[in-house]
Design a protein around this ligand. Structure first.
Ligand code: GAP
Length: 444
């Protein structure tokens, strides 16, 4: 983990947030390469969940959330972790994360600590108008269920997907970007006919594991865990976690829950008319029935929900961990190479003119850079430092799949040299064929 954290800072993937003022615990900023990697991971999820299917719509809802949403969702009462104080060192910990050097006899009895952040809304700060920063993106998908159904005429089964920030006042944020206080989620709420939920749950578990493998995660590092007992959330009939071997241990990467009709039922008015199967709090505040009409018998039913919920930041950490390789070279030296899948690589290609002071070489390199950039397949950069060896080493470390050198062969014979990050092999190619080569690399 330490080597990975050092690389992330040195090369501009991830920085401690607010660092110049000493930092704020549990918050991180994504630098020039980190933002590209993260955006690529999110785009890959969105394409697979929304564009490649015909049964999912997208949404981008607000972060500030009406307290009633989180009252009826159960978060106000149950979104807590057990907190203990150590009377000896004066620090507070989550009960299961007390360090070894705090003695049992120094610890207070655990008490519930709610993880939601609150903020004031509007100009009056008397506590009467507050909102929560959402602790999951899911709730605003549920509250928009009727809007989406009415505006798209969707019938079951169908899903609503959202990527966005979530906030949790974690008692002990730790392990770099694994457990943080501000993070992003990629969540799908997939609405199904009650009775078909178990089959859809299995289908989504399979789908999501395969997707992570396609992002470069080694399948042997993913374990499927059936969540049981007290670990099962209040809304869940059954949850499966995809556990990944992070540098610090085996931990949750994504959860896939069968949330039943709990959420739509909880946020609905006239609940008694809706045949809701789960235990919901009586709701006299909602002005809407979050139900869908059964086309055959015209009755309203509250769909069951299957929810694959993945953390973007945990995804980035897993991808960084998988990509990180230190290779022994034939000459006894080592090289650090980040072997990202090309679609996730922050920079897709570096164009390197052999001599930085040669105007013709540089202008040819700029022309090729612009041509590849216009394909809109990701970021392409011009490396005009004039040191090919150093540039190869740098681009290995940041995971650029190819470097393309413009030299005198390019000027005389239109030939460029393409150097492959993984094999370090070099091949010559006519400059007119580079666009197709680049498209093959990123689209195959
Ligand atoms: N809507 C369901 C839900 O939020 P969760 O298991 O609490 O379920 C889903 O969170 C995912 O969000 C987790 O699998 C994890 O990847 C990510 N996540 C949760 N808390 C996090 C934190 N404090 N820091 C980073 N990622 C977190």
């Amino acid at each position: 983990m330490d080597e990975l954290v050092a690389l992330c800072k040195r090369r501009g993937f991830i920085f401690q947030s607010n660092e110049i003022y000493g930092g704020l615990q549990g918050l991180y900023d994504y630098g020039p390469l980190g933002v590209e990697l993260k955006n690529n991971l999110k785009s890959s999820w969105w394409a697979s969940i929304v564009y490649d299917r015909d049964d999912v719509e997208g949404l981008d809802a607000s972060i500030l959330t009406h307290p009633d949403v989180l009252k009826y969702s159960g978060h106000e009462d149950t979104f807590t972790d057990p907190l203990v104080d150590c009377k000896s060192c004066g620090l507070r910990f989550r009960e299961d994360q007390v360090p070894d050097n705090c003695k049992d006899e120094d610890l207070t009895e655990p008490r519930d600590f709610n993880l939601m952040f609150q903020t004031n809304v509007g100009p009056i700060n008397d506590g009467s108008s507050f909102a929560y920063l959402r602790p999951e993106t899911a709730q605003q998908i549920f509250t928009n269920f009727k809007n989406v159904v009415d505006s798209t005429s969707r019938t079951l089964p169908f899903g609503i997907a959202q990527i966005g920030k979530a906030f949790r006042n974690e008692i002990t944020p730790r392990n770099f970007i694994f457990r943080v206080r501000e993070f992003e989620q990629m969540e799908l709420e997939f609405f199904v006919q009650p009775g078909t939920d178990d089959v859809w749950h299995k289908e989504w578990i399979k789908n999501r594991k395969e997707w992570w493998i396609a992002q470069g995660i080694d399948s042997s590092k993913i374990t499927i865990l059936n969540v049981t007992g007290d670990d099962l959330a209040h809304y869940s009939k059954s949850t499966v976690d995809l556990m990944y071997e992070f540098p610090h241990g085996l931990e949750e990467l994504e959860g896939i829950a069968n949330r039943t009709d709990f959420d739509l039922g909880s946020h609905s008015k006239n609940q008694d008319d809706l045949n809701i199967t789960s235990k919901v709090i009586e709701n006299n505040s909602s002005n809407t029935k979050l139900a869908i009409q059964d086309l055959e018998n015209k009755k309203f039913i509250v769909p069951y929900v299957i929810e694959p919920s993945a953390g973007v930041d945990r995804g980035v950490l897993a991808i960084l961990n998988e990509a990180f390789n230190i290779e022994k070279l034939e000459d006894g030296k080592e090289r650090l190479v980040m072997s990202f899948k090309p679609h996730l690589a922050p920079i897709k290609a570096a164009i390197i003119p052999l001599k930085k002071n040669n105007d013709t070489l540089v202008s040819t390199a700029i022309k090729l850079k612009n041509e590849l950039q216009k394909l809109r397949l990701g970021r392409v950069v011009l490396e005009n430092t004039g040191n090919i060896g150093k540039n190869y080493r740098k681009h290995d470390e940041i995971g650029t799949p190819i470097c393309i050198t413009i030299d005198f062969d390019t000027l005389e014979k239109n030939i460029v040299t393409i150097r492959n990050r993984d094999t370090m092999s070099q091949e010559k190619l006519d400059i007119s064929k580079v666009s197709d080569y680049f498209k093959d690399l990123l689209l195959s």
